[in-house]
Design a protein around this ligand. Structure first.
Ligand code: ATP
Length: 354
């Protein structure tokens, strides 16, 4: 089922939690609502589920306005962060809950529960109780329970939030594989950009109750539309500077040519450069080289991360291959030259200039 959210506004008192958000999730996609705490992600999810009424705007499910549909009639499955399993019920009965509510025949219920226990890899746990399961297993039960009545959309609110890092990672990979098996349109809320990048088909980036950008992980990473997205998705150095006559000057004298040179690009700019988008050398290169002092060297597997200080006080993080770094024969306290290879420039108001 496709999900369309159009000009959604939701206020709590005078406070606007959602301020006119619009986006569309295609049938069969696994999509993330990504943003910092308070961005309005959970509120949007709850409005889609019908658990919260918007002040204005609408939600369409498969092209049909859902405004007057109760949560039960929307065909959505909901998974919360904190499992919300019934403690006094066996795992099998927890999974069967939504089927019992719908008065599904006994044999059909048993078959479906068995099928779901297999799907979430918990065969043999049907007679256990939630307290006998690990956090990751309980969250898989919560998923099975939500999937049991065959929802057309799955909504997951920080489904991995309460789990420790390793279980979180395992569950992430598992949920992607599960989605590839069942193909039900799914929307999950997260504030963890790595999580969103790793498993989503599409990501909706939210900030202050508004959509900053929607796109595939690659689109957001390579072509952030706003300074917020550039700073939120993936590791990046942000340097403030000035643009004049088609040139931007930032970070201790680094200069870049701006495309479409002209007076419209003059003024304060924010420049974003990924740590691995620098050339590093012992001597000055042509182009935009700037001198920097090595503060710290961290070897991580095949790469070396360096903290460098520029002569205007900015600190930047640069990453190069370990083999290459070792040919430079430099270390903390030494001066090197850095040349950015790929830069993204935004005016201070936030729209992209390059
Ligand atoms: P988080 O990751 O912290 O849950 P979020 O992006 O999911 O953040 P929401 O939970 O949607 O954000 O909340 C958005 C804003 O609306 C927050 O500032 C929150 O305090 C406020 N808010 C949410 N629900 C209510 C409510 N029932 N009453 C009052 N304010 C609320």
């Amino acid at each position: 089922m496709s999900v369309l959210v159009k000009n959604l506004v939701k206020k709590f008192g005078a406070f606007g939690a959602v301020n006119g958000a619009s986006f569309e999730i295609k049938e069969g996609d696994l999509a993330a609502l990504l943003g910092p705490s308070g961005a309005g992600k959970s509120t949007i999810l709850r409005v889609i589920a019908g658990l919260e009424k918007p002040d204005s705007g609408l939600v369409q499910l498969d092209g049909v306005d859902a405004s007057n549909l109760s949560p039960q009639k929307r065909g959505v499955g909901f998974v919360f962060q904190n499992y919300a399993l019934f403690k006094h019920m066996t795992i099998a009965n927890n999974i069967a809950f939504g089927l019992a509510v719908r008065k599904t025949p006994k044999k059909e219920t048993e078959d479906r529960v068995k099928e779901l226990l297999n799907l979430v890899k918990l065969e043999g746990y049907g007679n256990h109780y939630p307290s006998q399961l690990s956090g990751g297993q309980r969250q898989r039960v919560a998923l099975a329970r939500a999937l049991a009545p065959r929802p057309k959309v799955m909504l997951l609110d920080e489904p991995f939030g309460a789990l420790d890092a390793q279980v979180r990672q395992e569950l992430r990979e598992w949920i992607r594989r599960l989605h590839d098996e069942v193909h039900v349109t799914s929307i999950f809320v997260t504030h963890d950009q790595e999580e969103a990048l790793e498993i989503s088909d599409r990501i909706v980036v939210l900030n202050k109750g508004l959509v900053e950008q929607i796109g595939t992980p690659k689109e957001l990473y390579d072509h952030p539309a706003t300074a917020f997205v550039a700073s939120f998705i993936g590791p990046v150095n942000m340097l403030r500077g000035e643009a004049a006559r088609g040139m931007a000057t930032v970070g201790g004298g680094m200069k870049f040519e701006l495309p479409g040179s002209g007076s419209q690009t003059d003024g304060s700019v924010a420049v974003f450069i990924r740590p691995y988008d620098f050339d590093l050398s012992r001597s000055r290169n042509a182009g935009a080289s700037v001198q920097a002092k090595i503060q710290r060297v961290m070897t991580i597997g095949g790469n070396v991360k360096l903290n460098l200080s520029l002569n205007d006080g900015h600190t930047i993080e640069v990453q190069v291959g370990r083999d290459y770094f070792e040919t430079l024969l430099v270390g903390p306290g030494d001066d090197v030259w850095v040349t950015p290879k790929v830069v993204k420039v935004f005016s201070q108001e936030g729209e992209a200039k390059s």
